[in-house]
Design a binder for this molecule. Structure first.
Ligand code: GLU
Length: 486
């Protein structure tokens, strides 16, 4: 356990959707906060105006909440270090950038895009490992600066990185990390549109929001030395850092949109359970040190620690997600499944009023072990919701004989004598009928299944008959007898 009350944040730039990698970062921050009685903060890093997407924040918040990641402070939650949207904190960044100018750790730069392009091209020609600003404007006189400022020409504020310095920090996951300041550019802190860059806004906010642990993806590791410099220049205490491993495709390339779905909402739309997605994402880079893979959120909170997060990339294995989905579905009570199934029916073309709870519960009992997704109740057993409109051709060819219609009619009359039949009643009546017809059970059971379901596979035949009820079964058999031609 950590002594002070930890404060952690998830700080997404709203791109329009929540990436599964973002969900992993958010989840680890959330688990860490809950495990250590800390606070989980949502901060929206929306200072890149070019990437503004309407409705993106709402979408992101909805995805987080769907996954059960409730934040303690954020745009629509209480908290006294807000606002939690960076676009509403511009004066704060401006004030801090000017402080750095005063202390000599930052400077105005008035270079035109043309000059910067020419510089970059020149450096590329010289085959320098990396293009860097040449500190031209650092050497402007006070007068020149005043004049340029007064003229209103475009300007930015840059970080003044001193060469030949070692920048060292301890990462909770990666251990000691060392950077050479010669490889760090004089980063723009305030852009010409007056907005801060990620680096300045991120550090200022982490400090003012009293963040104790910065837990984020490995892609931000190379930004960290710039942040360390900023903390030092401001004379601020640094938070702890933990950089989470990259997410990889099975071929070990970086997880990208091209290979499949990356948005949480895509998984939701495909019918994945939030419990399964959270469980799966938790295992992308973390394990509790044993073989256990099935977790509920409360168990994750109990077990989670940053020390058990791996350094090496985590492979996104869809098979495992599918397996976890089936496992989580099976562990649900029939009543929980009922609610989800009703939602599914409501989103389909079916009329929910046709299916009382009692009916759906019978469907659930019969199909639960055969499905991995809620929508498979509809797709794998459509005949439990609507009479078949078609019959499997291969099954007709195999099992439907010229005498089948007569035999089925005989079965119908046996069924019609039954009063509110149970599964067993149907079974007995069936056995009696095949006995009287003097044929094997197998000869009639396949045509019967085909007649009532249109398919050749499914749950137990008599379960299906019991669920559908006598009237519907007889109706379907008659219909099949009239439609199917051997
Ligand atoms: N805005 C950054 C992002 O989009 C935040 C990175 C960080 O956590 O520092 O992920």
């Amino acid at each position: 356990m950590i002594n002070e009350t930890p404060r952690v944040r998830f700080a997404p730039s709203p791109t329009g959707y929540l990436h599964v990698g973002g969900l992993r970062t958010a989840l680890y921050n959330f688990l860490f906060a809950r495990r250590n009685n800390g606070r989980f903060i949502l901060r929206i890093e929306d200072t890149d105006r070019k990437r503004f997407v309407e409705g993106a924040v709402e979408n992101l918040v909805a995805s987080l909440k769907w996954c059960g990641l409730e934040f303690d402070e954020g745009p629509d939650a209480a908290g006294d270090v807000g606002p939690y949207m960076q676009s509403r904190r511009l004066d704060i960044y401006d004030y801090h950038a000017k402080q750095l100018i005063e202390s000599g750790h930052a400077y105005y730069c008035f270079c035109t895009p043309e000059r910067l392009n020419a510089l970059r091209e020149e450096q590329q020609k010289q085959k320098l490992p990396q293009a860097k600003y040449d500190k031209h404007c650092l050497h402007l006189s006070k007068d020149e600066i005043e004049k340029s400022l007064a003229s209103g020409i475009d300007k930015v504020i840059r970080l003044n990185v001193e060469p030949n310095q070692k920048i060292i920090f301890e990462d909770i996951i990666r251990g000691r990390v060392e950077f050479d300041s010669n490889n760090i550019d004089d980063q723009v802190l305030i852009k010409s549109d007056g907005y801060p860059t990620y680096h300045l806004a991120n550090v200022v906010d982490d400090h003012l929001m009293k963040i104790t642990h910065v837990i984020r993806g490995e892609e931000w590791l190379s930004s960290t030395p710039k942040h360390i410099l900023l903390y030092d220049f401001f004379n601020w205490e640094k938070p702890e850092f933990a950089h989470l491993p990259l997410l990889l495709n099975p071929d070990r390339s970086k997880l990208s949109k091209r290979q499949g779905d990356v948005a949480v909402e895509d998984y939701r739309a495909k019918g994945y359970l939030k419990e399964a997605l959270v469980n799966f994402v938790a295992l992308l880079g973390w394990n509790a040190g044993d073989d256990k893979e099935f977790y509920y959120m409360n168990e994750l909170i109990e077990k989670f620690s940053l020390e058990r997060v791996n350094k090496s990339g985590a492979v996104f294995d869809l098979e495992k997600l599918n397996w976890l989905n089936a496992e989580h579905l099976r562990k649900k009570t029939d009543n929980e499944i009922l609610q989800l199934l009703k939602e599914e029916i409501n989103h389909s073309a079916l009329d929910i009023s046709q299916y009382p709870d009692e009916y759906l519960l019978k469907v659930i009992t019969a199909m639960k072990e055969r499905v991995s997704f809620i929508h498979e109740f509809l797709s794998k057993s459509p005949y439990l919701f609507e009479a078949p409109k078609e019959y499997e051709q291969a099954a007709i060819a195999k099992g439907w004989k010229p005498e089948t219609p007569e035999e089925l009619k005989k079965l119908c009359s046996a069924f019609s004598n039954l009063e509110n039949p149970s599964k067993e009643d149907f079974e007995q009546a069936f056995e009696k009928a095949v006995g009287e017809l003097n044929i094997s059970k197998g000869k009639l059971i396949h045509p019967l299944r085909l007649a009532v379901s249109g398919m050749s596979t499914g749950p137990g035949m008599f379960d299906i008959l019991f669920i559908l009820g006598k009237e519907e079964v007889i109706k379907r058999i008659n219909n099949a007898v009239e439609t199917i031609r051997a």
